[in-house]
Design a protein. Structure first.
Length: 263
């Protein structure tokens, strides 16, 4: 008996389902393919300069973004399963945009400070993930076509997410907005202004979609995940095509172009 007074049923009690007839439910498949392509671009960038930790974290962030949408795609096609759910909660609901934000931290802050924040973030995520893996599940709350944190019997585990989300808001969204403002004041970097605005908007959209998903409208989440990732990639490409000197010191090293030209 759980703390909510509900019995956790065995996995075979999860309701069966057929394939969804709503085409929007298949958007995570497209988003996952986009994430794979974007991951490759970032990997080529990082391979060009392995010391660029900001690129490494962006690459990890896009990879985890794709892993999260992959679990959604698998759920749409094959139905709900416990391993997929736990993977989704860690890669998507828990991590969110935090790895991408950590990449921005390496642009905005001194390396020593960024390293300390990275250690703190990874430690925090590891503790939260351990609880997610260990938490009993309320199978009677499972929806065959949707992933939701409501099935966690330990609902207090969900309190880890807001801290990580705040980290992403401050550094990923806030960092992009601040960079756009600085470039705008400089007056000669319109591509970088546009690129950072696209990244900020792209980072905001999945959060908006997550709010709709918690209200039961998962379709909005699937749409905003795809549009958000496309906007972030478009922002990357807009900045990649600009040859002006970056405002970020780590991007001005001779061995590290501001952003390597995507291929």
């Amino acid at each position: 008996m759980s703390g909510r007074g509900l019995v956790s049923l065995p996995a075979h009690a999860v309701p069966e389902r057929g394939l969804s007839t709503n085409l929007i439910h298949y958007l995570p498949i497209v988003t996952t393919l986009v994430a794979i392509a974007f991951f490759r671009v970032l990997w080529l960038h990082w391979r060009h300069d392995p010391s660029a930790r900001y690129v490494m974290w962006w690459m990890i962030g896009v990879g985890l973004y794709g892993l999260g949408t992959l679990t959604e795609a698998v759920t749409t096609v094959f139905g709900w399963s416990e391993p997929v759910f736990r993977t989704w909660y860690i890669a998507g609901a828990l991590l969110g945009g935090a790895p991408l934000a950590q990449g921005t931290v390496y642009l905005l802050l001194p390396k020593r400070t960024a390293d300390r924040l990275a250690v703190a973030l990874v430690t925090y995520i590891a503790i939260a993930a351990a609880f997610v893996v260990s938490a009993p599940l309320l199978y009677e709350l499972v929806e065959p076509n949707r992933l939701s944190g409501e099935v966690l019997a330990w609902q207090w585990v969900r309190l880890f997410s807001p801290v990580v989300n705040l980290y992403a808001v401050v550094f990923l969204i806030g960092g992009a907005i601040w960079s756009a403002w600085v470039y705008w004041r400089r007056g000669d970097a319109s591509s970088r202004v546009l690129g950072n605005i696209l990244i900020a908007v792209g980072a905001i959209l999945p959060g908006v979609g997550g709010g709709f998903a918690r209200a039961g409208v998962v379709e909005v989440l699937y749409v905003t995940e795809l549009i958000g990732l496309l906007l972030i990639w478009a922002g990357y490409r807009a900045i990649a095509g600009d040859r002006l000197i970056s405002i970020h010191r780590v991007q001005r090293r001779p061995s590290s172009p501001s952003i390597a030209k995507p291929t």
